[in-house]
Write a protein that binds this ligand. Structure first.
Ligand SMILES: [Zn+2]
Length: 66
C-alpha cells in the first residue's frame, strides 16, 4: 500500500458527503459545510416542502355587539 493518505484508515471514518476523513467536531462529517449539505438533502428528501394551509377566515373573531 504505497498510498499514505490517512494515518489510520481503519479508525478514521469518512465523511458521507465528500469522502474526506471525519472530524470529531463535525462527525460524522468532515466539516460544518458537509453537515449542512447533508441536512439540506435530508430535509428536501424527507419533507419536500411541508404544506401548511390555514384558513384565513378561521379564528378571526366575530364582532359582538356589547
Ligand atoms: Zn465532507
Amino acid at each position: 500500500m504505497p498510498a499514505m493518505d490517512q494515518p489510520n484508515p481503519r479508525s478514521t471514518k469518512r465523511c458521507p458527503i465528500c469522502g474526506k476523513p471525519e472530524l470529531r467536531r463535525f462527525r460524522p462529517f468532515c466539516s460544518k459545510r458537509c453537515a449542512d449539505i447533508d441536512l439540506h438533502r435530508w430535509l428536501s428528501g424527507s419533507y419536500a416542502v411541508p404544506v401548511v394551509e390555514e384558513d384565513a377566515s378561521a379564528g378571526d373573531g366575530g364582532e359582538k355587539d356589547a
